[in-house]
Design a protein around this ligand. Structure first.
Ligand code: C2O
Ligand code: CU
Ligand code: CU
Length: 478
C-alpha cells in the first residue's frame, strides 16, 4: 500500500529514476518522495494544507488535486506548470465532503506519460459525518489504484505513442495494483473497505470477485452515497473511484478469493493482451463486431472474452477477466460491524432550478482525434464562461464517428449525474461525481453548481491521451 502523509505542511518531490516493476529489467519511472505509487494524502475536512511541490523530473510538471475544489492558482492548470528544478507552492483549505479523491500531474500534453510512469496518488478526506458510521478503517481500509501498463518482453515499461494511440488512448498488457502485478493481500474474516481508483491512462475496467460474490458500493467520486447498494461488479473509467464494502466473514481461514478486472475498451491494447504486440488494433476497431465494450464503454461482459490472454490470467478460469489481486483469508474475525442502512443525507440541488443548460459536443476532427465542440485545447482561450454561483446543466453529447467512450471530468466542482441516454445510471454514479463516462452515441446530463473561486479551470476527457491530444477546454468562473 502507498505510504500515508498525515500532515499539513510537507514537500512532494518528483524525481526520475529506475525500478523493476515486472520481469527483470528496470523501467524508467517517476517517483514522488521516492515512492511508487505516490503517497496517500489523508486529511480531515476543514484543515488547510501547505504543500511544496518540487519538480525534479526532466519535463515541466504541475500537480492537480482531482475532485477537490480549490482556487484556480492551486488547481494545477497546465499554464502553471513549472520547469525541471523549480518548485510550486500550494496553500489551500479542504472544505468538502469526506471522500476518495486523488492527485496527479497536469502539464499540457504531458499528463499521460507522467501518470503512466508513476505520478499520482490518493487524496483521502475524512469528516465527522463519515466517522460517525464507524466504517472499517486501519488495516481494514485498502486504497487500491489500478492501472494497465505495457511491458515489453524483458519487463520494461514502454510508452510509445503513435497516431493511433493519440486517437484511441494508450492501452497496456498488464494490470498493476498499487504499482505491482498480481499482488496478494492477507485479510481477516471481517468487513473491509476498498477504495478503488481506476488510474489507467485509457482503459475502462469492470471489477468483480472470482467467485461472483456480491459486495456493497457506498461511495463514488465525491464521497458517500445516500445508502449502500449491493452489486456484483462495478465499472470504472479512468479517473473514477468507487468506495466498496466487502464482507470477508463469509470465508474461512485459508481460503482465497481474487479480485478481477475485465477490460471494457481498447483498440490496439486488446490485441496486445492476446499476443503481446501492437498491431491489429485498428482492424478490431473498424470491424466493430467483436467488442461491444468499446462501442459503448458501459455495456458489460460481452464480446470481450479472452482479451486479457493467458499472460495475466494467473489461474483465472473464466473468460475475459484478469485477476488483479488475491485476498488470502488469514485471520478470524476481530471486530463486529454492521452495514449501515443510511450513509449520508441527500443534498443534491433540484434540476428545475438550473440557471441554464450548456451543450458540450464531443467531436472527432478528421485525422486529428477527438475534440470538444470541434476545438483542441489552447492554454489561454476561454471556452466557457460561467457566472460564479450558477447552477447549470452540462449536457455531454458523444457523437463521434468512431465508437469511442469519453470519461468527462470537470475541475473545481462535484456534480450530480441526471441521466444518460444509453441506459440506467450505475449505483456508484448516483452520488456526487467529478468524472462521468459518456459512451459512444450517448448524451449524459450533469447538474452542477459553480461555487469555486473566480478564475480559469479546465474540463477534459480523462482518457489521458485524449487529454494530451487536446480534448480539453478552459472554463472561467466570472
Ligand atoms: Cu484527474 Cu484534470 O484531471
Ligand atoms: Cu481533476
Ligand atoms: Cu476521450
Amino acid at each position: 500500500f502507498p505510504e500515508e502523509i498525515r500532515a499539513n505542511d510537507f514537500e512532494l518531490v518528483a524525481e526520475s529514476t529506475q525500478k523493476t516493476l515486472a520481469g527483470d529489467a528496470p523501467s524508467d519511472i517517476y517517483t514522488l518522495n521516492g515512492a511508487l505509487p505516490s503517497p496517500t494524502i489523508r486529511i480531515k475536512r476543514g484543515q488547510s494544507l501547505n504543500i511544496n511541490f518540487q519538480n525534479r523530473i526532466t519535463q515541466e510538471s504541475i500537480l492537480h488535486w482531482h475532485g477537490l475544489i480549490v482556487p484556480p492558482a492551486m488547481d494545477g492548470h497546465p499554464k502553471d506548470a513549472v520547469q525541471p528544478g523549480q518548485n510550486y507552492n500550494y496553500r489551500f483549505n479542504v472544505d468538502q465532503r469526506a471522500g476518495t479523491y486523488w492527485y496527479h500531474p497536469h502539464p499540457d500534453q504531458l499528463t499521460g506519460p507522467q501518470v503512466y510512469r508513476g505520478l499520482g496518488g490518493f487524496f483521502i478526506v475524512e469528516d465527522d459525518e463519515e466517522q460517525a458510521l464507524g466504517l472499517p478503517s486501519g488495516d481494514r481500509e485498502l486504497p487500491l489504484i489500478v492501472q494497465d501498463k505495457q511491458f515489453n518482453s524483458s519487463g520494461q515499461l514502454t510508452y510509445n505513442i503513435g497516431r493511433m494511440d493519440r486517437m484511441m488512448g494508450f492501452f497496456g498488457n498488464t494490470l498493476l495494483v498499487n504499482g505491482r502485478p498480481a499482488p496478494y493481500h492477507k485479510v481477516s474474516t471481517n468487513w473491509h473497505r476498498l477504495r478503488l481508483l481506476n488510474g489507467s491512462n485509457a482503459r475502462i475496467l469492470d471489477f468483480s470477485f472470482s467467485d461472483g460474490h456480491a459486495f456493497h458500493v457506498i461511495g463514488g467520486d465525491g464521497g458517500l452515497l445516500e445508502q449502500p447498494h449491493e452489486i456484483s461488479s462495478v465499472m470504472l473509467a479512468p479517473g473514477e473511484r468507487a468506495d466498496l464494502l466487502v464482507d470477508f466473514s463469509r470465508y474461512e481461514k485459508g481460503q482465497k478469493v481474487r479480485m478481477q478486472a475485465e477490460a471494457q475498451n481498447g483498440g490496439g491494447g486488446m490485441m496486445d493482451m492476446m499476443d503481446g504486440n501492437r498491431n491489429g488494433g485498428m482492424m478490431d476497431m473498424m470491424d466493430g463486431n467483436r467488442n461491444g465494450g468499446m462501442m459503448n464503454g458501459r455495456q458489460s461482459r460481452r464480446g470481450m472474452q479472452g482479451m486479457m490472454g493467458d499472460r495475466d490470467r494467473r489461474g483465472s478460469t473464466s473468460g475475459g477477466e484478469a485477476d488483479i489481486l488475491e485476498f488470502r483469508i488469514a485471520k478470524e474475525k476481530q471486530e463486529e460491524f454492521e452495514l449501515p442502512g443510511r450513509l449520508a443525507k441527500r443534498s443534491y440541488p433540484d434540476a428545475s432550478a438550473a440557471d441554464r443548460s450548456r451543450r458540450i459536443n464531443l467531436t472527432m476532427e478528421m485525422m486529428q482525434g477527438p475534440a470538444i465542440n470541434g476545438k483542441f485545447f489552447e492554454m489561454m482561450r476561454v471556452d466557457q464562461k460561467v457566472p460564479q454561483g450558477a447552477l447549470e446543466v452540462w449536457e455531454f453529447t458523444n457523437n463521434t464517428m468512431m465508437p469511442m467512450p469519453h470519461p468527462m471530468h470537470i475541475h473545481a466542482t462535484q456534480f450530480n449525474v441526471l441521466e444518460r441516454s444509453g441506459g440506467e445510471l450505475s449505483p456508484h454514479e448516483r452520488g456526487w461525481k467529478d468524472t462521468v463516462l459518456v459512451g459512444a452515441g450517448e448524451t449524459v446530463r450533469v447538474l452542477t453548481k459553480f461555487d469555486a473561486p473566480k478564475g480559469l479551470y479546465v474540463f477534459h476527457c480523462h482518457n489521458l491521451e485524449h487529454e494530451d491530444n487536446g480534448m480539453m477546454a478552459n472554463f472561467e468562473i466570472t
